[in-house]
Ligand binder design. Structure first.
Ligand SMILES: CC(C)(COP(=O)(O)OP(=O)(O)OC[C@H]1O[C@@H](n2cnc3c(N)ncnc32)[C@H](O)[C@@H]1OP(=O)(O)O)[C@@H](O)C(=O)NCCC(=O)NCCS
Length: 149
């Protein structure tokens, strides 16, 4: 069984089902996504929603955001999650999260992005190892958030 990465262009019922499984594994506070909410993401020009399939089943997702700003075209990787049973596993010699992230980097490069940024909490051990293995370097920068909700 191989792992295949797809850019989501349309919202199907298996996508909605997959997000009902995957989103709680990423955030306990995130609101569930119905088909309309997923359509908003899929049709947003800056957002590229990727899914990973192994044996036809959706086993992971990543969202790439690409946007032009005065210092150049920049990209962010957000909301990376692999379904628990598929974590740490290889499909056709490829790991799910690694393959998703490598595809995001390739798409960002193709779009002319200068950098791909992401943040991850120190408690997310597997995520930190994954990103460092792929060549992401830690920056000495303060991450701020102004919460509106
Ligand atoms: C982060 C995540 C996508 C990585 O997927 P994965 O299948 O575990 O990825 P990998 O198999 O490539 O494992 C990554 C590394 O972490 C290690 N690892 C996995 N779980 C671990 C754990 N609980 N403690 C310590 N190391 C762990 C793996 O052995 C591997 O190490 P290596 O790079 O030295 O080989 C997945 O763990 C996940 O979905 N986590 C919950 C959501 C999340 O944290 N998302 C990231 C948001 S930034």
């Amino acid at each position: 069984v191989d792992v295949d990465i797809e850019v989501v262009n349309e919202v199907t019922s298996d996508l909605v089902d997959a997000f009902s499984r995957l989103l709680p594994q990423l955030s306990t506070s995130a609101s569930p996504l119905d088909a309309d909410a997923l359509s908003v993401i899929v049709s947003a020009p800056a957002s590229t929603l990727l899914i990973a399939r192994a044996g036809g089943e959706i086993v992971g997702t990543l969202t790439l955001v690409i946007f032009p700003i005065p210092t150049g075209i920049r990209a962010w990787v957000e909301d990376v999650v692999v379904d628990e049973p598929a974590r740490g596993k290889q499909f056709g010699g490829k790991r799910v999260a690694e393959t998703l992230t490598a595809e995001a980097i390739a798409i960002a490069r193709q779009a002319g992005a200068r950098t791909v940024d992401l943040t991850t909490r120190p408690s997310r051990i597997a995520a930190g190892k994954l990103y460092e293995r792929l060549g992401f370097e830690q920056r000495d920068s303060r991450v701020y958030r102004y919460s509106l909700l």
